[in-house]
Ligand binder design. Sequence first.
Ligand SMILES: Nc1ncnc2c1ncn2[C@@H]1O[C@H](COP(=O)(O)OP(=O)(O)OP(=O)(O)O)[C@@H](O)[C@H]1O
Length: 223
Amino acid sequence: MLNVTSLSKAYRKKVVLEQISFSVQPGEIIGLVGENGAGKSTLLNILATLQRPTNGSIYLQEKSYKDEKQSIRKAIGYVPQDIAIWEEFTVEENMIFFEKLAWKKRGNEALRQLCLDMSLDKWKEPVKTLSGGMKRKLNLAISLIHDPTLLLLDEPTVGIDLKSRKEIGAYLQELASAHEKMILYTSHDMDEIIDLCDRIICIGDDPFYEEILINSGKAILSF
Ligand SMILES: Nc1ncnc2c1ncn2[C@@H]1O[C@H](COP(=O)(O)OP(=O)(O)OP(=O)(O)O)[C@@H](O)[C@H]1O
């Protein structure tokens, strides 16, 4: 379980997140929505241990972010908005490179299967020859190598075609429900969020989002 309590973040005097509290159960996919600059990436960066909150506490499976950062990092998979892969390497070489850095070891077949699960079949192709959407699929596959418990996905499907998006969504739902993963997911595509997520967190108290989501039948938390 992930527990976030009274989390706040300010950049100098600019308050971005204020008194955010929520929890995520194993098996849940949580959507994070809000206008540009609302603080979604900031929240994911904090949950990924890349930034510190100004106030508040976070626990992952009863481990405190403050005291057990190294061990918590092993349980986190993070896909940032910016693609972070080696352009000169092939897909295979990227997967092998990141597997060597990972906490958990996987054989070549398992690495290849992860790419296929993301609808990416360009195993021997150099990354620089792939489309933007294909690079995002590779980024997603890399984030799953170490079998993380908490998956933080910051607009992971931007530029990915609709068919692949549906396939990836189905894969993430299976990952959450069958393997008890916790997934936090940001997207500006409300249909995707409503389709994929069990609950939705709106950041930035803009009523626009609540109005769109009100008929979705999903539980909504607003901050
Ligand atoms: N390192 C930083 N230093 C100062 N201000 C920052 C920093 N990072 C983010 N901000 C500010 O914090 C606010 C929240 O940014 P953030 O990237 O978290 O928003 P977001 O909801 O992810 O936006 P988007 O939908 O555009 O991705 C913005 O006003 C941004 O300018």
